[in-house]
Design a protein around this ligand. Structure first.
Ligand code: ZN
Length: 475
């Protein structure tokens, strides 16, 4: 995975516990030029005029003029030079290439990401305002200014972005935003829908980020007047926190765990691990909202029976229940995400099979779906209401995710998922992608890509909360 995009399999040698990459192919990953001199055994990797020198049989690499010790010498295989993979993971190479390389030996997942000081940008529509969030590294300054009646610009001097981005939002407040690299700065351009949009910038930490709120109508007290250039790197005062007695309770359920690994990817990625990471990422986003209290059915790799999950949600007084899963299919080409809500009748045979798979953990618990079915036949009068709400939530999640990712939206489906059935709240089950698809497996393992999925899921929940009037007015 390079810069959040799937590149496909990369051949490697494994000798003992060490992996080796073909020098030429490795160079391509980093956008560098490789010069290979078979007679002398010299390898040179050049990037933006700077070079790394290596020699077959030697365990040292020369970066500029510094000798860096590698875990093992460069080897020769089939007249090609192979470099120990651990060299690319080290700080010296990272500083030289300007990229961070991560390798998971258990799943043989390799990701290369540019080191950037500005971005990515995330966006969320709250109805009466729209929020843009830009991550910025420590030490990066910014200044904002207006550009005509409907334009705003935030310039980050000496800022470096990993990739340019542009998105059309068109929600009546924000038309589009664009993040681009200039010679000595990164620039975020914002086009608002009408001149009377107010905006407010604040800075938050951990990770450090700039939050730009664009308000239609009157902004809260702390907002800057329209068209006023906000020119300081200091954080604007944050609006006073309203004590809201009606905080809504959201339960996030990371599917599987412990002795139940869930689906398994072709490289061995385990569904339970991906579900947990995604659940934690979603919980973090939701906890930033004053409107929500968040509860997770598991926060580590433990086994939690399905009935306990719904019981926990009910004890917590859940207003929403979101169960996170990864899909699997015997057809390796199947890919993309889908959102499920409960129905006794599956929307199609595939959905029925999936529910059967997700319910199969009941056997590990010494129960059968039929026994349980008898015990809980529609005790809930509110059931229909919950199912209607869940179908609405599912549609909003599918839309939120679909607008942020470039992979297949398989839409909203229905099936009899046990974990949804016992929960006395609108409940959806989100299948993030297919672990059985090579490309999806890499996506799920990539923090960068997972974040897009989670952003979309979060946006769907916000849309739902907005429609239920759960969110406070302008905060
Ligand atoms: Zn699952």
């Amino acid at each position: 995975m390079v810069s959040g995009k799937y590149r496909g399999p990369l051949p490697a040698y494994k000798i003992g516990s060490l992996y080796y990459l073909n020098a030429k192919q490795a160079g391509e990953l980093y956008g560098g030029q490789i010069y290979w001199y078979p007679v002398s055994g010299r390898v040179q990797m050049a990037l933006r005029g700077r070079a790394i020198q290596m020699v077959v049989g030697s365990g040292f690499a020369k970066i500029s003029d510094k000798a860096v010790k590698m875990d093992a010498p460069v080897i020769l295989r089939g007249a090609q030079a192979y470099i120990p993979l651990s060299f690319f993971l080290g700080d010296d190479f990272s500083a030289w290439s300007g990229r961070d390389t991560i390798f998971n030996a258990a799943t043989r997942f390799l990701s290369v990401d540019g080191r950037s000081s500005v971005g990515p940008v995330r966006w969320f529509s709250y109805g009466d305002y729209t929020r843009l969030v830009v991550e910025i590294s420590k030490g990066t300054g910014y200044r904002s200014s207006m550009r005509g009646a409907r334009g705003r610009e935030v310039v980050f001097p000496l800022g470096v972005i990993e990739s340019s981005e542009k998105a059309s939002i068109d929600d009546g407040i924000l038309s589009y935003y664009q993040l681009r690299q200039n010679l000595k700065a990164a620039t975020l351009s914002v086009k608002i829908a009408k001149p009377e949009i107010h905006w407010r910038i604040k800075e938050l930490g951990n990770p450090r980020r700039l939050v730009i709120d664009l308000y239609s109508g009157k902004a809260p007290d702390t907002a800057q007047p329209p068209l006023a250039p906000a020119a300081s790197a200091a954080a604007a005062p944050v609006a006073a926190v309203k004590t809201d007695q009606a905080r809504r309770r959201i339960v996030i359920d990371a599917g599987h765990g412990g002795k139940d690994p869930g689906a398994e990817g072709r490289r061995g990625t385990k569904e339970k691990d991906i579900n947990l990471m995604a659940a934690q990422e979603l919980a973090r986003l939701l906890r930033e909202e004053e409107a929500f209290d968040v509860f997770m059915t598991r926060t580590d790799d433990t086994f939690v029976p399905l009935s306990d999950r719904s019981k926990m949600a009910n004890d917590f007084g859940a207003d929403l229940f979101i169960s996170l899963h990864c899909n699997a299919s015997i057809k390796w080409r199947e890919n993309g995400f889908e959102v499920y809500f409960l129905s006794e009748n599956a929307s199609d045979p595939e959905a029925a099979r999936l529910a059967e798979f997700e319910n199969s953990v009941l056997r590990l618990e010494g129960k059968s779906a039929q026994d349980e079915q008898a015990a809980m036949i529609l005790q809930e009068l509110s059931k229909t209401e919950n199912i209607n709400a869940a179908s609405q939530l599912a549609a909003l999640i599918a839309r939120g995710v679909g607008r942020r990712v470039d992979f297949s939206n398989r839409g909203v489906k229905q099936a009899a998922f046990y974990v949804l059935r016992g929960t006395h709240a609108p409940a959806v089950l989100f299948e993030m992608a297919f672990l059985t698809n090579k490309q999806d497996e890499a996506r799920l393992e990539s923090k960068k890509f997972r974040r897009k999925i989670i952003d979309g899921l979060y946006a769907g929940i916000l849309d739902y909360a907005k429609r239920q009037a759960w969110m406070a007015e302008s905060r």
